[in-house]
Ligand binder design. Sequence first.
Ligand code: HEC
Length: 113
Amino acid sequence: MKKMILLLLMSVGALFQFCSSTKKAQASVPKVTYTANVQPLIVNNCSPCHIPPKGNKEALNTYETAKANIDESIVRINKKPDEKGFMPFKHPKLSDSTVNVFVQWKADGLLEK
Ligand code: HEC
């Protein structure tokens, strides 16, 4: 019986440790924001076409416009370069980690900063 209780205590302890360590890991991953993460990627990859006044395509140069076009943007940057509607137009496909910043921005709630 003593052995059983000890075993029970040990497994409860292990469970708590697991929970608190996953919580900590989550808290230390900062959320993706427009200002810190998304804006630099748009400036680098979507200009000049989407940055007025030089670009005459759908403007993506502000928080509001980037947010309004996020669904369409995610669809297009996930296309293959030879598919219709692929973005960035006539450029190499963005890396998976870059695409993931856009996806994660949406998942985190499209925060401005
Ligand atoms: C070299 C110019 C160029 C670059 C760079 C470029 N685009 Fe585009 N984009 C276009 C053109 C041209 C169109 C219109 C044709 C079409 O819809 O496929 C367009 C259309 C779009 C649309 C649809 C807008 C609408 O009216 O519905 C979205 C969204 C978009 N681009 C996102 C992006 C994103 C995000 C990037 C950067 C990762 C990017 N584009 C980079 C030229 C560009």
